[in-house]
Design a protein around this ligand. Structure first.
Ligand code: GLP
Length: 243
């Protein structure tokens, strides 16, 4: 596991974007696993800048996102589909036909999950998976549990995740209570993993993820077992790291 500590969020975003840009340059037809949340926004902004400056071409890549709220479609401004259009897809020359998210509007949960597992498989696996970190150690929407879910599944969001995500909605009642998410197995199958973590509020959980035991009660702790993981974090997030 590699840990890159940066001065602040801006530096973190630059470093993370450089790693993604390098992946695209080395393998222009790569598959990127993408994430939502506030943490990767600066990374996406930087990637957009590289595109605008003529330094990066997204036209041959494909992408698969980690997760989507169950019940929300692409036109809903709280859906992750909308988020990705807003923060990246509409601003670069990515082929929209080659961008994939779970279908939040599919009511049949088994079908939604099977379809998305097939999508990930057919696309040939993920070259680089970008991750944020939830306050309870979740990645994607893999919440603390008694075991590690392997593949795409429908999850009941925990009260703490619903509370954390309320800031994006008018009120807590409007936050969807379920989501479709890649499983831990899908994430670990990625060839490379890049985790961006920023802020004092993530310092404690980040230390647990990196230095604590590997346990499904802290889903991101499983990343300790992956052979190519890079954490790009800022000084605030690093402030409680024991080693
Ligand atoms: C959501 C997403 C995660 C994300 C997490 C942290 O729950 N499903 O993929 O990592 O939020 O978000 P933030 O970066 O805003 O703290």
């Amino acid at each position: 596991m590699k840990i890159i500590t940066t001065k602040n969020y801006e530096e973190l975003s630059k470093k993370a974007a450089n790693i993604i840009a390098a992946q695209i340059l080395i393998k222009p037809e790569c598959v990127l696993g993408l994430a939502t949340g506030s943490s990767p926004i600066g990374t996406y902004d930087r990637l957009i800048k590289y595109y605008e400056d003529g330094d990066l071409d997204f036209s041959t890549i494909s992408s698969v996102n980690l997760d989507e709220y169950r019940g929300l479609g692409p036109d809903d401004d709280q859906s992750y589909n909308y988020f990705m259009n807003e923060h990246l897809f509409s601003k670069v020359n990515i082929n929209k036909e080659r961008t994939f998210l779970p279908n939040g509007l599919e009511k049949d949960a088994d079908k939604a999950c099977n379809d998305y597992n097939n999508t990930i498989e057919h696309i040939g696996g993920i070259d680089l998976q970008l991750l944020g970190l939830g306050h309870n150690g979740h990645i994607g929407f893999n919440e603390p549990d008694e075991s590690f879910p392997i593949s795409v599944h429908c999850v009941d969001l925990t009260p703490s995740t619903i509370e954390a995500n309320t800031r994006f909605f008018e009120n807590e009642d409007m936050v969807p209570k379920q989501a479709y998410t890649m499983g831990i197995g899908n994430i670990l199958n990625a060839k490379k993993i890049l985790v961006v973590v920023s802020g004092k509020d993530k310092a404690e959980i980040l230390n647990t993820v990196i230095n604590g035991p590997v346990t499904p009660l802290v889903p991101a702790s499983i990343l300790q077992l992956h052979k190519d993981v890079t954490f790009v974090i800022d000084e605030d997030a690093a402030s409680k790291l024991e080693k």
